[in-house]
Ligand binder design. Structure first.
Ligand SMILES: C[S@@+](CC[C@H](N)C(=O)[O-])C[C@H]1O[C@@H](n2cnc3c(N)ncnc32)[C@H](O)[C@@H]1O
Length: 289
């Protein structure tokens, strides 16, 4: 199947749950996603990592304070996207990558700007795919970076055509066996898979109250840490690097909870979950063997 054919494949039948997820993302217009993206047209729908410049909170002018907090949160979320992209390489401009659950498209643009590669992003939200394609046209990269309204478990994209693929905070919406089977099908041998995700910590026990609240807030189903490694192993994906980003993401949440113009109400739940040890923010890079 050529890319052109793949671009016209029909959206596979969706489960009721997947329709709810699509409805959520079709309607989603949170300032924490849109206001940050507007700064440089890199729209990320994930959290941030790294040290915070706390001086933004001391800014006396209220308008300028908001602007500085927004820019700081965007810097941190962009840092997370760069960290993920750094684990995809090395890649050449001839290579093709797959962005599973691509949101409004920022991650694919980051990968393209870093490596010059082609990217296919897939989202279950028609609105997001439309938005991301408009952004790619605006940037003049629509011939290399494409977004598709598809189910990432059943993409219709070409087998073995991808040098790298990833899920950035989108794996908690699906069954891992189905997801990793699709990545293993799409990746060429020796290709790289990267996931950044929140997961519940098996050593704490079952999912905590906070993890359940996060699930209800986003209509997702956070997996335990162990589930990732079991499912990767079942699908020819062998971990080469594992990084616990829990400490690195907490400053982002500390700042976000104080950003009155951007909060969504879930901030304290994330911080409590990280602090009581029931929840972790993880990066796993794996090779397709
Ligand atoms: C939290 S957002 C992350 C977006 C993007 N990866 C980013 O980092 O900006 C979750 C994304 O997963 C997508 N998603 C959830 N279930 C999906 C499915 N079965 N197939 C394709 N996309 C899906 C949603 O449409 C949304 O774009």
């Amino acid at each position: 199947m050529t890319t052109a054919e793949a671009a016209t494949a029909p959206v596979p039948i969706q489960s009721t749950y997947q329709t709810h997820v699509a409805d959520y993302w079709n309607a989603e217009e949170n300032p924490v996603n849109l206001e940050l993206g507007k700064l440089d047209d890199l729209y990320h729908h994930h959290y941030g990592v790294g040290a915070v410049d706390l001086s933004v909170l001391d800014e006396p002018d209220p308008v300028r304070r908001r602007e500085r907090i927004t820019a700081e949160l965007h810097r941190l979320e962009h840092g997370q996207a760069e960290l993920l992209a750094a684990h995809l390489g090395p890649l050449s401009p001839e290579d093709r990558v797959f962005d599973a659950g691509c949101g409004r498209g920022g991650g694919s643009v980051v990968a393209h700007l870093r490596y010059g590669c082609h990217s296919d992003g897939v989202t279950i939200s028609a609105k997001q795919a439309e938005f991301a394609n408009a952004q790619a046209r605006k940037r003049g990269i629509a011939d290399r970076v494409r977004y598709h309204h598809r189910n990432m478990l059943d993409t219709g994209l070409r087998s073995g055509a991808y040098a790298a693929s990833w899920n950035n905070e989108s794996s908690m919406y699906v069954e891992l066996d189905l997801l990793f089977a699709e990545h293993a099908r799409l990746l060429r041998r020796g290709g790289r898979y990267v996931v950044v995700t929140g997961c519940y910590n098996d050593t704490y026990g079952r999912a905590s109250r906070e993890v359940s609240l996060i699930n209800a807030h986003y209509i997702c189903d956070i997996h335990p840490r162990s589930a990732y490694f079991r499912a990767l192993a079942r699908h020819r994906l062998v971990p080469v690097h594992v990084e616990d980003l829990t400490e690195a993401t907490m400053p982002y949440w500390e700042l976000r909870r104080q950003a009155d113009h951007l909060v969504t109400g879930i901030e304290d739940t994330f911080l409590t979950a990280y602090r009581n040890g029931s929840f972790q923010y993880l990066l796993i890079a794996a090779d397709r063997v």
